[in-house]
Design a protein around this ligand. Structure first.
Ligand code: COS
Length: 378
């Protein structure tokens, strides 16, 4: 993939950071289910936390393509650090940047973009996952305050975030038309984190329940117009899919790199592994699919950067990258044989981390619905 000098330089900078500072910690973060606080601090110093947000709002003033490259490079060595970056930037920062008032941007966007506060996004509920319009959390306006009740589930960075964008309905029977988006700050009375999940992969990231019990949200924390929350988060997810695709791509690249190293260094029955056709075939397949995923992701990013329609392309990018990513990680494990099952090598971690990419931020089935509707109409 041909990139201009600016993006090549940017990739070099992130790659160096990922290799020198993140890679050495990836295994322990996974094994100890440890959140990488010091790496978040470093990402803030390097201005990686809001790459496409203008400098006046605390961002790096770059573009979505740079953001995709950053998530890819970080995901290549550590899925957990990558998912934090993707969730903070796409799900915490983006909706406030896109739909916030000037006051909301000053109060919430700037500290999130600078990394002084961490962002998160509360959409999924125990009974509203893929069918996001089935939101049960309610927000009733009483004397200038919204009284919120309900539970969110599987929220990335939920229990550690300072600023959470979330959705609630004024009446569940209204379907998507009743849903609005809001901002809640950590520590608001009536708002508390529930349990953190113990997950298969991305174990260094946090996935939490969020509980609202008669939580009073000031009226000025409504994000976008009342009743337009569904559109706020659908637009948020459209962009988020580019970063999840980029993360899936990065993990797949990590699995490919590990496999290339392994076959270059090892023999089987006295023969160099790299001379074996069955191995060559797997490496060729992985490399081709990884490159195709990269093209789809960069295309979606460039369309968004140019204010062109990108809904279909971002869903394709996420669907394709996560599908071939899981396949690539599985092949990498096969190439490594029994050693691949041990945590001496990173491929078992890559496979566990990659599986989430097919499920989080819209399952592959949802991506196919989005793609088909863009082609066939609803
Ligand atoms: N951007 C802005 N608005 C959108 C939109 C988009 N990408 N997609 C749909 N809308 C609008 C529609 O135009 C419609 O509004 P109007 O009636 O005013 O035209 C409204 O939203 C409802 O759309 P639709 O009827 O298509 O909604 P559905 O309930 O059929 O849901 C899917 C569509 C399945 C695609 C949606 O529920 C979805 O994406 N679910 C997955 C959620 C998800 O990814 N969850 C994981 C989150 S992890 S953070």
């Amino acid at each position: 993939m041909i990139l201009d000098e600016k993006h090549k330089e940017f990739r070099k900078m992130v790659k160096e950071f990922a290799d020198k500072e993140i890679a050495p910690r990836a295994k322990e973060l996974d094994m100890n289910s440890e959140f990488p606080w010091n790496l978040v601090k470093r990402m803030a110093e390097l201005k990686l936390l809001a790459l496409y947000v203008p400098k006046e709002y605390g961002g790096a003033g770059l573009d979505v393509l740079s953001y995709a490259i950053a998530v890819e490079e970080i995901g290549r060595v550590c899925g957990s650090t990558g998912i934090f970056l993707a969730a903070h930037s796409s799900l915490g920062v983006y909706p406030v940047y896109h739909s916030g008032t000037e006051e909301q941007k000053q109060k919430y966007l700037i500290p999130m973009a600078r990394g002084e506060k961490l962002g998160s996004f509360g959409l999924t509920e125990p009974n509203a996952g893929s069918d996001a319009a089935a939101t049960q959390t309610t927000a009733k306006l009483v004397n200038d305050k919204y009284i919120v009740n309900g539970t969110k589930r599987f929220i990335t960075s939920g229990s550690i975030a300072d600023i959470i964008v979330f959705t609630a309905t004024k009446d569940p029977s209204l379907g998507y038309k009743g849903i609005s988006a809001f901002i809640v700050e950590k520590g608001t009375p009536g708002f508390s984190p529930g349990k953190d999940e113990d997950k298969l992969g991305l174990r260094g990231s946090i996935t939490s329940e969020l509980i609202f019990e008669d939580c009073k949200i000031p009226k000025e924390n409504l994000l976008g117009k009342e009743g337009e929350g569904f559109k706020v988060f659908m637009g948020t997810l459209d962009g988020g899919r580019i970063s999840i695709g980029a993360l899936a791509l990065g993990i797949a690249q990590g699995a490919l790199d590990a496999s290339v190293k392994f076959v270059n260094e090892n023999k089987k029955s006295g023969r160099p592994m790299k001379k074996m056709q069955s191995i060559q075939s797997r490496i060729a397949e992985m490399a081709t699919e990884v490159e195709a995923a990269r093209l789809l992701i960069y295309q979606a990013a460039m369309l968004k950067d140019n204010d062109l329609p990108f809904i279909k392309e971002s869903a394709m990018a996420k669907y394709y990258a996560s599908t071939i990513g899981t396949k690539a990680c599985d092949m990498a494990l096969t190439i490594h044989g029994m050693l691949g099952l041990t945590n001496e090598y990173s491929v078992e971690r890559f496979l566990r981390d990659e599986k989430l990419m097919e499920i989080g931020e819209g399952t592959s089935e949802i991506q196919k619905i989005v793609i088909a509707r863009q082609i066939l109409g609803k």
